[in-house]
Design a protein around this ligand. Sequence first.
Ligand code: BES
Ligand code: MN
Length: 451
Amino acid sequence: MTVRTEEELRAAIRREMPGVRADLERLVRIPGIAFTGFDHSIVERSAEAVAELLRGAGLSDVRLVRKGGQPAVLGRRAAPPGAPTVLLYAHHDVQPVGDRSRWLSDPFEPVERDGRLYGRGVADDKAGVMAHVAALRAFGDELPVGVVVFIEGEEEFGSESLEELLREYRDELAADVIVIADSGNWDIGQPALTTGLRGIVNGFVEVRVLENAVHSGMFGGAVPDALISLSRLIASLHDDDGDVAVEGLVRTGSAPLEYPVERFRAEAGMLDGVGFIGRGRLVERLWTRPSISILGIDAPATAGAPNALIPVAKAKFSVRIAPGDSAQRVYEAMVEHLHRHAPWGAKVTVELEQLGEPCVIDATGPAFDAAREAFAAAWDGVQPVDMGVGGSIPFIATFQELFPKAAVLVTGVEDPGTGAHGPNESLHLGEFERVCVAEALLLSNVSRLTP
Ligand code: BES
Ligand code: MN
């Protein structure tokens, strides 16, 4: 096997980029959305398109696998004798587009503006898929490591069948290093390894106070209504500073970086005059402490609302939990808090939607050294930083449990301007090429490690 030098790999990626970009655009035009109510035949087409790309990149035994949910794509290439195996993960499903009127161009027709490519999934996570493909193409027939590529089809819908898939294909997926390309870098020009993610606990709380709606004049003033009751209950979740008031949640300290406040306000799109909630450094509020949000409410719509006391109201809550906490325990703490704070004897019921574990990655050892070296080279000498992420990739905890000896590298293509899940999601094309170079160099560096 001819060993490719850093310069050769850079040149190979440069050569491959136009094709990689064209294939990325092709994937963006197949918007597979795994959510209930969407046309899942598109997810099938998306999986087939990914499978074709993996076959073209020299993988064998490429196939669609599923456990009741949406199809994942699995392919592999055996390791050369004595070389380690790397598992490459990304997901091919995307988020729904949300409010169409907020998009400046068709979400499923990628267009370039000012060095960025726009479209749903162009970054999250189809560029993750293509970074893996690009790295494989750069080596051609001379891949110095074994690879297993696993491209999931329902990440954005909560990866319901992923755990079962991982358990069923455990032997086939076994690897020395796992690369999860579904996060991002700290800034344009500043690479990062993601070393901690929060978990997630989503659920519903319903408040009942009356058998039926009754006249708000005849009964208002003596009888509570369900929406005021629910509002009080929701208000009890935070203290006056906006810090989480639910007891018993893990709050850990140190996060390595400092978020520049103005950059953060701009990234979030906070309106002038709107203040922060919580206490402590921004990175701690976002990465190492819990947060609670209300994602929706079921109650009568304002248009046509009668003069009547509302008998029942329901809210969907979402708790992001700190690395080190346990999703089941946090759910129990929420149930306990919501029952204890029921105002005026209102009947409170809580229902679980989804649990996702947080994770902490001990980013030390030879695979992490190999990765850092690759990143620094791809970004012309800029050393990567370790960063946390406030979002969640719950199955990382499952990977850690199933493959305790594997090094888990969480990488990705997102940058502060990406706007994943929002309108006008975009990919910085310059950074994307660096991500592809970094992954090729990473595979090359990892090939020197003993399995
Ligand atoms: N790519 C994100 C996770 C992420 C978020 C990485 C922010 C880096 C920064 C992933 O696709 C995602 O959105 N995950 C969901 C998880 C949920 C469906 C269990 C999330 O965080 O809401
Ligand atoms: Mn993602």
